[in-house]
Design a protein around this ligand. Structure first.
Ligand code: R5P
Length: 290
């Protein structure tokens, strides 16, 4: 086995290789002036299981092309098997035609992944209408969850938490972590009007007096979901507000906006960012040991 750090996976790839005591190599990726990508493997990968570590953030579409190029090249160079470790995998929310004429983007992405890879491992994929990764990919797939890591972080750092999921889909993170800790939780209701406009309301009575309010969601993108949720909950008199997310996408100054709203933000490092305090390297390494 050899661990290859793709352009957006190097923050985890070398540490995964160290933990597994396997060789590591950085994929060489360059751009031509017109933005075409060129890539190169710098180690012999013939007859090896090649693990491509690639998270998808900033230039998501470039990252996808790079990953497909890398997978196909690995096969061409004689790799025995090509596995994609995607700490964060994109497009999972675009799994249906919401409006007439729209592209079901996830379908196209999955078709290409199926074609070039043998296995895919994703941390906390945003599974919504599709129940499992098996419904999305034909190749072998594995879903990992950072919930136990989030749970441990809260147990070690936050006293008297009460956990809130900002929308019904977040129960897979908020409820699961709350059950693990054994604390109260509530799930809010979200109505989305556009990518940047949501309304979040709490329709359940919950006592947050002298408790530390902990929001948990799978991802923070623009931060609007959590900003709205915080606005609603602040009136109830919480002591301290902490927002947890597995994936800190954090676009459009989301981190600064949430800090300004009085919240501390903690994420895992599936996507590197200033709030990434929880390391998923061991979680990934364990899944490759099996
Ligand atoms: C959506 O269902 C997700 O779980 C997140 O709640 C959402 O994507 C967060 O996006 P934003 O931070 O832009 O509100």
């Amino acid at each position: 086995m050899i661990i290859i750090g793709c352009s957006h996976g190097n923050h985890l790839a070398s540490s995964i290789a160290n933990r597994l005591k396997k060789p590591y190599s950085k994929l060489e990726v360059t751009h031509f002036p017109d933005s075409e990508i060129k890539l190169k493997f710098n180690k012999n990968i013939k007859n090896k299981t090649v693990v491509l570590v690639q998270s998808f953030y900033q230039n998501i579409n470039d990252n996808i092309i790079e990953t497909l190029f890398a997978a196909e090249t690995a096969k061409d160079l004689g790799a025995k098997k090509v596995i994609l470790v995607a700490p964060y995998f994109p497009y999972l929310r675009q799994d249906k035609r919401f409006n007439k004429g729209e592209c079901i983007s996830l379908r196209t992405i999955a078709k290409n992944i199926d074609e070039d890879l043998d296995k895919i491992i994703i941390i906390d994929p945003h599974l919504h209408r599709e129940k499992t990764l098996k419904h999305i990919f034909k190749i072998s797939s594995k879903k990992l969850t950072a919930n136990p890591l989030v749970e441990k972080y809260i147990k070690n750092n936050i006293k008297n938490p009460v956990i809130i999921g900002p929308d019904w889909e977040s129960y897979k993170w908020a409820q699961k972590v709350a059950e693990g800790i054994g604390c109260d939780f509530a799930i809010m209701e979200k109505k989305r009007f556009s990518a940047r406009k949501v309304k979040v309301t709490l329709n359940k009575k919950i006592n947050i007096n002298s408790k530390n309010l902990v929001f948990i969601d799978d991802m923070i993108s623009t931060g609007h979901t959590l900003l709205e949720a915080i606005k609603g909950m602040k009136k109830l008199g919480a002591k301290k507000v902490t927002c947890f997310a597995v994936h800190g996408i954090l676009v459009e100054n989301a981190l600064q906006k949430l800090k300004k709203a009085g919240a501390t933000v903690i994420t895992t490092n599936t996507i590197p960012n200033k709030a990434a305090k929880i390391n998923v390297a061991e979680l990934i390494s364990n899944s490759l040991r099996k």
